[in-house]
Design a protein around this ligand. Structure first.
Ligand code: ATP
Length: 413
């Protein structure tokens, strides 16, 4: 197996589309790296550049330390699994699995049927080596089929298989080749949710068993979080952050990553922060105060040091960082929707009691026309319904601060 290294890789298509911009990343030997991002962000193009199916317009690709930038796909020692299986429809599962290996064997020994007959007579040792290697291919195919639970399907044709079985065959075809690295391009997206989850678990097991380097492309952040040792989040051709699943969830590099990663949308609240006496005040529809000794006070204080003015920030917090509370600092919200998810309850709410002020025309208007929405999670049997008023509190230790202009996370560490 091998490391895969991309150094300042770029791709500009002839029509001027800049699909990949300055992508540099090292995928370690035996690592499972997931490239994730919205449609059109350049993840498939990046994968195809690693495979050699697409030429880059700048930068270097190394596999196992070897510069393969200008090496043909078949000589890169990688195997790729696509979303649409790409099986040979007229061949049995056995033949689909063995085809590549048999082709290579025939090339090595040459001669077709007649040549093989002649070899038996004039080169008996070479003929028996051919037979030995052909048997080895058979064993490899059966071992792989067993590993993937498709050994009973070896005689079937692709049209006699379910989607999940076909994808297992496609996986098997990659495995039998024992490549330096596996590349996956959304291989599960044609399958239903339950099967996807099952195959995700199997893929993880395979990765452990094969001790293989795997690079996996998906637009599904759940897939990315559950599969990847590390996750690389892409947008508009660039990698925005690379990190472990928890790292990118808890310490997103910027607003884009914060919004993209996570099952439920992160709560975001724009406002201003300033030092008032020895306290840090966040003025917004959800006011927050950090006093000395509060979690993260020192970090926030350091960030504001030297500036006497209020600083605009966007504060972010996850649904699980909000809890019911009666204590000081709690805010009142009105429940707008309740999603019963089974294992928990997701509550959509709106902040109550927004400041009212007089406009120039002396009419009463709300200071902010958009009422802040707060999404939070309660236990599965929590008693609450649309219209209820609840008091909630945000865990100040978990709050993120983003720069409203650049989107950068101001408290990355
Ligand atoms: P998806 O999840 O929808 O497959 P992706 O993140 O894999 O998207 P790519 O397929 O890598 O995105 O495409 C990146 C950008 O390059 C897109 O804007 C796409 O339209 C463009 N693109 C892809 N192939 C070509 C091509 N052959 N010529 C011109 N532009 C292309």
């Amino acid at each position: 197996m091998a490391t895969v290294l991309l150094e300042s890789v770029n791709k500009r298509f002839p029509d001027g589309t800049q699909a990949v911009t300055d992508v540099s990343i090292e995928i370690e030997d035996q690592e499972f790296l997931v490239l994730v991002g919205p449609s059109g962000c350049g993840k498939s193009t990046t994968l195809r550049i690693i495979a050699g199916l697409e030429g880059s317009t700048g930068g270097v690709v190394r596999i196992g330390g070897r510069d393969v930038t200008n090496v043909a796909p078949k000589d890169r020692d990688i195997a790729m699994v696509f979303q649409n299986y790409a099986l040979y429809p007229h061949m049995s599962v056995y033949k689909n699995l063995s085809f590549g290996l048999t082709l290579r064997l025939n090339r090595l020994f040459g001669g077709g049927v007649i040549g093989r007959g002649l070899r038996k007579i004039f080169q008996p040792q070479r003929a028996s080596e051919f037979v030995r290697q052909r048997e080895e291919i058979g064993n490899k195919v059966r071992r792989t089929a067993l590993r993937l639970g498709i050994e009973h399907l070896l005689d079937r044709k692709p049209h006699q298989l379910s989607g999940g079985e076909r994808q297992r065959v496609a996986l098997g075809r990659a495995i039998v080749r024992n490549p330096a690295a596996f590349l996956f391009d959304e291989p599960l997206s044609n399958l239903d949710a339950k099967l996807r989850q099952q195959l995700r678990v199997e893929l993880k097991r395979l990765h452990r068993d094969l001790k293989a380097t795997m690079i996996y492309v998906t637009h599904d952040q759940v897939e990315a979080m559950t599969l990847g040792d590390r996750v690389a989040i892409m947008n508009e051709g660039r990698i925005l952050q690379v990190g472990g699943p928890l790292e990118v969830y808890q310490r997103p590099a910027n607003l884009f990553v914060a919004k993209f990663i996570g099952n439920s949308p992160i709560n975001l609240c724009p406002g201003t922060v300033s030092k008032v006496g020895d306290r840090i005040e966040f003025e917004s529809q959800i006011p927050m105060t950090w006093g000395p000794g509060c979690p993260r006070f020192d970090e926030l204080d350091a960030l504001l040091a030297g500036s006497s003015n209020a600083r605009a920030v966007v504060v972010g917090f996850r649904a699980e960082d909000v809890g019911l509370a009666e204590s000081e600092g709690a805010i009142e919200v009105e429940v707008t929707e309740v999603d019963r998810l089974g294992e928990s309850t997701m509550v959509h709410s709106r902040v109550c009691g927004l400041p009212i002020q007089k406009s120039k025309e002396d009419k009463l208007v709300q200071k902010n026309t958009i009422q802040q929405i707060v999404l939070f999670r309660l236990e599965s049997d929590a008693e609450c319904a649309s219209g209820d008023r609840l008091r909630v509190k945000i865990d100040l230790e978990r709050v993120l601060w983003f720069d409203p202009d650049s989107g950068e996370n101001l408290l990355k560490e």
